[in-house]
Design a binder for this molecule. Structure first.
Ligand code: ARG
Length: 587
């Protein structure tokens, strides 16, 4: 037993039972229970149910009230308006419920595991080899990581897949150039940093590109290299591997800066499906899902047309025999369904690729690879905008390097930490600055629903007031400082005590943690968790202003308030951890 029945669930069950007793013919009657300002909860479902049963709503409501036992959990239940129910919870039940969360032996704060866990493949954090990472890659990594953590926390089996761009015709050019300038990727010492790796790759890319654009013979040699690469020529593959390895040094350095665990075996890039491409095409062609059109192997869709009104196909194999992005993604689906046994596949990818995924998923459905047992969906995210509301660019109009952005966030955050710091050493300021700065970037990304665009505004992100991670981190640190000051006095729940209004609000909200995590995980919606945590911190702020903790009236009240502080802190810590954000003990 690790899970704790929340007060919402208990009240819901009781209302549903009373409703069924009053209306035996209505199965699964939903009382539509909501948190409310007037009482603790309000049930809004009676009106509709009465209408359906042709009963008087107020009479039905009164009958339901008559069927509810009050005292232990429900303190008060009354009919209001045309047939709403207002419900108040006992203080005792609030404290007791939190106490069972606090003592959950598994340390999960009473969050249950899902009833029917499956296997979810999450495709996220997928940068491209030999290319600089940008804000789009940031979003995929940050959102994907939160989704992975939340799903794992509720007991889902998660397979992480980093579908990096490590294949394609551009490698012909790079490999050919490296072949002609063989020492360009040599390292003098083994400890090359991510920055160095990226600047090596960048230099090489630019040089290769310049050759490719100006030298027709080089172009021909580069094209031949593509053929060699696809044919698996060992020397060509070895050169290709150098690019991949160099890029991984860079990727890992960025992920480390992002304070994010990315594991090498989970990196299965486009090249990982090479062996499957032929068969994928054969299966599609044999089943008639794909057809030959102007030499290419294509899948057509009635509803997908270009601006000229002609159908736009998904090209699985080009007329020159080459495979593109679609063939790889279709093969990846086969791998994920048949080898990894996925029940769900989630793609955390830019909304600008939605048409691609729509076509890929529909193709896989027609081929029978996706069906009722396995669902694929794109968790599409919007564009990161600059302060001016336009897609985020440097002043010169270039794409912003992710690393520069993260460094700046950390600098700004360090300034904030330094200003507020009371007893922190320089080393601590640097460490906290990173935790606050990276947290700020992640939180800003996660706190708007993924499909919306958001403005990358560092001033706002590191602001101490408002819906920011810093605000939550300070709330957490403030609680830790109170707990330290309490010395030998420990948090103890006292269900016998009456609660002040701010204590009740805080307690009722803390009790909803499990439901929030379940919902956010189920819907791949980290923003529901951030909204919950922000509200928790805000309620804590009110509580802190209204209810003295260490100077409370009685020793029992001191202990009980410390208990409220402690459960709030643990909830903040756990919630933030699921989002990949640290909660420093001191700030
Ligand atoms: N590498 C791609 C990009 O940078 C994202 C890959 C998304 N995943 C996939 N299975 N196609 O845009």
């Amino acid at each position: 037993m690790a899970s704790v029945t929340s007060l919402t669930a208990t009240v819901h069950q009781r209302l549903a039972a009373a409703l069924t007793a009053a209306l035996p013919e209505t199965a699964d009657a939903d009382p539509l229970l909501r948190r409310s300002d007037r009482a603790d909860f309000q049930a809004n479902g009676i009106l509709a149910l009465a209408k359906k049963a042709k009963a008087n709503p107020r009479d039905l409501a009164t009958q339901v009230v008559g069927g509810i036992v009050t005292g232990d959990v429900i303190k008060d239940i009354e009919v209001s308006g045309p047939g709403f129910l207002n419900i108040t919870i006992t203080d005792k039940a609030i404290t007791e419920n939190l106490a069972s969360r606090a003592t959950d032996p598994a340390g999960r704060l009473g969050v249950p595991f899902t009833d029917q866990p499956g296997t979810t493949v999450v495709d996220y954090a997928q940068p491209n080899v030999a290319k600089e990472m940008h804000v789009g890659h940031l979003r995929s990594a940050v959102i994907g990581d939160a989704v992975v953590q939340m799903l794992e926390f509720v007991g889902e089996t998660v397979v992480r897949r980093h579908h990096i761009g490590d294949w394609g015709t551009q490698f012909g050019m790079l490999i050919q150039y490296l072949d002609e300038h063989p020492h360009e990727l040599d390292h003098e010492d083994a400890q090359v940093t991510g920055e160095e790796a990226m600047s090596n790759l960048d230099r090489l890319y630019k040089a290769a590109r310049a050759h490719f654009d100006s030298d027709e013979e080089f172009k021909t040699r580069a094209r031949r290299r593509v053929v060699d690469l696809q044919a698996g020529d060992p020397k060509t593959l070895a050169a290709w591997q150098k690019f991949v390895d160099e890029s991984k040094i860079y990727f890992f350095s960025v992920f480390e800066k992002l304070d994010m665990e990315i594991r090498d075996p989970d990196i299965v890039g486009e090249s990982g499906y090479n062996d499957m491409l032929d068969e994928t095409c054969r299966l599609l062609e044999e089943s008639g899902v794909a057809v030959r059109s102007e030499g290419a192997l294509c899948v057509f869709f009635d509803d997908i047309k270009g601006p000229d009104g002609n159908l736009v196909p998904l090209i699985v194999k080009k007329s020159d025999g080459g495979y593109g992005y679609a063939a790889t993604d279709l093969s990846a689906i086969r791998d994920r369904v048949f080898n990894l046994k996925a029940s769900k596949i989630v793609y955390v990818v830019d909304a600008r690729q939605s048409l691609h995924f729509k076509m890929v998923f529909e193709t896989a459905r027609r081929a029978g690879w996706l069906n009722g047992d396995t669902k694929a969906e794109q968790l599409a995210f919007g564009t990161v905008l600059g302060k001016d509301g336009k897609p985020f660019k440097t002043r010169e109009g270039e794409t912003v390097r992710l690393v520069d952005l993260l460094d700046e966030a950390v600098d700004r955050a360090s300034a904030v930490v330094r200003e507020k710091a009371q007893d922190l050493s320089e080393e601590e300021i640097a460490e906290r600055g990173a935790q606050v700065g990276i947290g700020a970037v992640k939180y800003a990304d996660l706190s708007t629903s993924a499909n919306r665009d958001y403005k990358f505004d560092l001033d706002q992100m590191v602001s101490l007031n408002g819906d920011t991670s810093v605000y939550l981190q300070y709330a957490y640190a403030r609680i830790q400082s109170i707990l330290r000051k309490a010395g030998d006095v420990r948090p103890v729940a006292h269900p016998e005590l009456e609660l002040a209004p701010a204590e009740r609000q805080l307690g009722l909200h803390a009790d909803r943690f499990a439901e929030t995590v379940a919902e956010a995980a189920e819907e791949y919606a980290p923003h529901k968790l951030t909204a919950y945590l922000y509200q928790l911190a805000s309620l804590y702020t009110t509580f802190y202003a209204e209810c003295p903790v260490l100077k409370a009236d009685t020793p029992a009240q001191v202990e009980n308030r410390l208990f409220l502080c402690d459960i709030t802190a643990r909830t903040l810590h756990q919630g933030m951890a699921l989002l990949g954000i640290r909660t420093p003990e001191r700030l």
